[in-house]
Design a protein around this ligand. Structure first.
Ligand SMILES: O=C(O)C(=O)C[C@]1(C(=O)O)C=C[C@@H](O)C=C1
Length: 356
């Protein structure tokens, strides 16, 4: 067989497989519609989606990498969910921010995504019910916690029902093809901080101008060829900018963690996290006593973050994440003891560990 004949044969086989895939995808859509009719209450089930994505990664025979398989199924579930119920998701805008990328990574592309001006507005719109879910940044591996998100989690009745981890790649972008005309660099203060060594080495004399968001920086750079912006790929695409230098973040593992907030709890997925906020009186050994129940019941803590309490000087609240779902017996036991030792405890939610 000539190579040309073989090519034709292979493509015929691919066409036949695509037909089978289409039939299977359509059947999957019908089944999801029926599941949607039977299900009581919330249609979006983060625990089930995490289980589907994990199972497929475990079963993946290759040669496609598991992350590629998961992305395909992420999109498929997004479309199936939209057949059951169209979702509205609010995120920290404007369009083109990393929060938008995180929202799409978590929910796929089917929902209507609504950019909000501030983290407060994301919380408010979920609480008011004008959107179904909200996506807010909570910590960056280089720059630390996002204080406003932590404060609002404490004050708000909303639940955490998911987490998204996004590798943050920062790019230098401009309307121009080169840096010759560049007079200033716009970006969000956090992004300028994440790229400070690169800027010191490569553009030491350009003034750095902090603005409200990376997407705003890209918008300004699109209007003025004498300005360059540091932002993500989505912003470069949105504003038609050229990427002059890619991946300029100082830490190659630079990652931001986002939380999905909503009005209801997520069920257990088999690999979950629980977040809570608590406080303890300022006494010797109080912190040790507070955390002891976790160790005693074999619950593994993944994060401990302190934040000044609004109630008094040098008083703190503690944000704790640990492995497990609040419906698991050992978590129930640990929480009961922790509540006994603390002066205040609020469980913020149990949710699947990020599957993608
Ligand atoms: O299993 C369900 O509850 C479904 O509605 C189906 C499905 C899916 O496409 O697999 C869709 C949406 C849910 O968020 C979870 C899973």
């Amino acid at each position: 067989m000539s190579e040309e004949q073989e090519l034709l044969k292979l493509r015929n086989e691919i066409d036949a497989i695509d037909d089978q895939l289409l039939a299977s995808i359509s059947r999957r859509g019908q089944l999801a519609q029926r599941v949607g009719e039977i299900k009581q209450g919330n249609i979006y089930r983060p625990e089930r989606e995490a289980q589907v994505l994990r199972r497929l990664a475990d079963q993946n025979p290759g040669p496609l990498p598991s992350v590629a398989v998961q992305r395909i199924f992420r999109e498929l579930m997004s479309a199936c969910l939209a057949l059951e119920q169209p979702l509205k998701v609010a995120y920290l805008g404007p369009a083109g921010t990393f929060s938008e990328s995180a929202s799409r990574k978590h929910f796929g592309s089917a929902p209507t995504f609504m950019p909000m001006l501030a983290i407060d507005d994301v919380f408010r719109s979920v609480e008011a019910g004008s959107v179904d879910y909200g996506v807010v940044p909570v910590e960056n591996s280089t720059e630390g916690a996002i204080g406003r998100t932590l404060d609002l989690l404490l004050l708000n009745p909303l639940k955490i029902c998911g987490e998204v981890k996004l590798r943050i790649h920062q790019h230098l972008m401009s309307k121009a093809d080169g840096l010759g005309a560049a007079r200033r660099v716009y970006s969000h203060a956090q992004s300028l901080a994440q790229c400070q060594e690169w800027l010191n080495r490569n553009l030491p004399s350009l003034p750095r101008v902090p603005v409200a968001s990376n997407a705003e920086a890209a918008r300004l750079a699109a209007e003025d060829p004498e300005s360059v912006a540091i932002a993500g790929e989505a912003a470069a695409e949105l504003y038609g900018l050229n990427i002059l230098a890619g991946n300029i973040e100082d830490d190659p593992n630079n990652t931001t963690r986002f939380l999905v907030i909503c009005q209801h709890d997520a069920g257990p997925s088999g690999k979950d996290k629980t977040s809570l906020v608590c406080s303890t009186p300022n006494r010797a050994g109080a912190m040790h006593r507070l955390l002891q129940p976790l160790a005693e019941h074999g619950v593994s803590m993944t994060k401990l973050q302190s934040r000044p309490a609004r109630s008094g000087l040098w008083e703190y609240v503690y944000y704790i994440d640990f492995e497990g779902h609040q419906s698991e017996p050992k978590v129930i036991a640990a929480l009961a003891d922790l509540e006994h030792n603390a002066s205040f405890v609020k469980v913020l939610g149990s949710y699947p560990v990020a599957a993608l």
